[in-house]
Design a protein around this ligand. Structure first.
Ligand SMILES: Nc1ncnc2c1ncn2[C@@H]1O[C@H](COP(=O)(O)OP(=O)(O)OP(=O)(O)O)[C@@H](O)[C@H]1O
Length: 374
């Protein structure tokens, strides 16, 4: 791995808990990693420790084969050859775009510097704006200048701390895709921090979910969504709820009883022996719940959020359970209305009832194999 973080601990003086607690992950050269998690979970501290701006108390950071942090050694930030982009752009207001971008490479001979500035400005699509001053640029353009400035010295690693959080939502998603393209074109290895899942999914090859200083999962977006490693990841990624359920086996047949009735056509499901009496909590995501006028189960709409092509409805069953569902936005129902719903769950993800944030799910068994086994 080009960047290897192993068992890293970072503790602020006087704090009762470490801000980063036993974190390990690796990033291959040219890969983009993203750290997400709720406020205070330790993402910025982890990024700052990789940069060399915070000293780690335990564990190791190896970058390009060089140990930059270990119990006996701390390579200072300026000697790590790491570039950083912050949310506030931090451009110099009195310098034009070209001078801002050339700032970190002023030691290069003039011609070489000029050609590198031109090269990175072209890469970020701002070659025509090199004589403008920061106040003459939009927020998105300023952030691309900041990115060009960070790329100019050819850092070994680029760290980006919430780089889009000052931009409006539409621009954020567009810029996230653009920045991914720019980093890939530059063959840069990068680590991002964000609290926005859509941004993380748009940018990251690998995404790490943090909670209370721990890295719960470091994985591809698809795996985070469909194979969450812990109850916290299951709850944090996507819109979902946990519903009480019971896994039952009758001969070769495994069924999962939920407040929505039994789940059907499952590809994968844990066996009832995973829990006492098969009693567990099942993850039901908004896209597992399908609105169907003919379904026997009805739920009342308690809240609705318009999301362009679809609504996110929060629903309540007559039994009191809360659920969420995505419904195409031409199905415009009123709050208070009762609508038919059914569950369509391929991979059944279950947890110990009332388990903790770090509880793992019970392993799923392919249903065909369960048939054979019985
Ligand atoms: N300089 C500091 N001194 C003491 N404690 C700190 C310091 N910086 C952060 N902390 C604490 O360390 C923990 C992790 O903070 P950190 O800023 O890394 O979280 P974060 O996930 O980046 O949060 P946010 O999304 O709000 O920026 C928090 O409990 C925070 O209060």
């Amino acid at each position: 791995m080009f960047l290897q973080v192993s068992q890293l601990d970072v503790r602020y003086a006087g704090a009762p808990q470490p801000a980063v607690d036993g974190v390990s992950f690796g990033l291959a050269a040219g890969e983009i990693g993203v750290l997400i998690g709720p406020s205070g979970c330790g993402k910025t501290t982890l990024l700052r420790a990789v940069a060399g701006l915070e000293r780690a108390q335990g564990g190791q950071i190896v970058l390009g084969g060089e140990t930059v942090s270990s119990p006996g050694a701390h390579v200072p930030a300026e000697r790590r050859r790491i570039g950083m982009v912050f949310q506030d752009y931090a451009l110099f207001p009195h310098l034009d775009v070209a001078a801002n971008v050339g700032f970190g490479i002023h030691r290069l001979p003039r011609a070489e510097r000029e050609s590198r500035v031109t090269e990175v400005l072209r890469l970020v699509g701002l070659d025509g704006l090199r004589a403008r001053f920061p106040h003459e640029l939009s927020g998105g353009q300023q952030q691309r200048v900041a990115l060009a400035r960070a790329l100019a010295p050819q850092p070994r690693l680029l760290l980006l701390d919430e780089p889009f959080s000052n931009l409006d939502v539409d621009l954020r998603e567009r810029l996230a895709h653009e920045v991914r393209g720019i980093l890939k074109a530059a063959n840069a290895t990068a680590l991002f921090v964000t609290h926005d899942q859509l941004e993380a999914f748009a940018i990251g090859d690998r995404i790490g979910v943090m909670h209370n200083g721990h890295l719960h999962q470091w994985d591809e977006a698809y795996a985070l969504y469909h194979r969450p490693a812990t109850r916290f990841v299951a709850e944090f990624i996507g819109h979902g709820v946990f519903a009480p359920a019971q896994i039952l086996q009758h001969g070769a047949e495994v069924s999962v009883q939920t407040p929505l009735g039994p789940l059907q056509d499952m590809e994968e499901c844990p066996l009832p022996t995973a829990y006492e009496a098969g009693l567990c909590d099942v993850l039901l995501r908004a896209d597992d719940i399908v609105h169907d006028d003919n379904a026997p189960v009805k739920a009342q709409i308690v809240r609705k959020a318009f999301r362009g092509s679809e609504f996110l409805y929060t629903l309540r069953l007559a039994s009191g359970e809360t659920l969420m569902t995505h419904v195409p936005s031409h199905h415009n129902h009123a709050v208070g209305e009762w609508i038919g719903i059914r569950a369509e769950v391929d991979h059944v993800v279950t947890f110990e009832r009332g388990g903790t944030a770090s509880s793992p799910p019970a392993p799923g068994v392919p249903m065909a194999r369960a048939d054979h086994a019985a």
